[in-house]
Design a protein around this ligand. Sequence first.
Ligand code: ZN
Length: 152
Amino acid sequence: MNNEIESKITDSEWEIMRVVWAQDKVTSKEIIDILEQKKDWKPATTKTFIGRLVKKGILLTETEGKKYIYSTEVSESEMIKGTLYELLDHICDKDIGNTIGSMISNATLSFKDIENLQQILKLKEKDAVAEVPCSCVPGQCKCKDHNCISGH
Ligand SMILES: [Zn+2]
């Protein structure tokens, strides 16, 4: 949906990005040190992932003396949204409610989170439809063959 953001990053690249988002500005040495606690990566491996993110335009570099400082202009929530919307693009519109439902079921939520979700749902009720139409290409979705009776 938001094609402006290069939202296709690998799990390893997410690990790097989480450090950058948490630290704002960071050197490769700092990234290596932080991820050493979690991952079994050699410094060269971490540097490879950093290099890929720079190539994708997600990480920005500036030099400070001999050091390279990394930062990003892509916010964490933008990246998460991009990835989520992309995922929702891969499924039938009729399945989105169920998918969100199972995400909620599997999540650990605070009372505050639940309150927020309830508020969102209350607002959604105002423009809810009797049945979500399937917008899939015929042949890519089962509900076209079954006239949406059996659903999924
Ligand atoms: Zn469909």
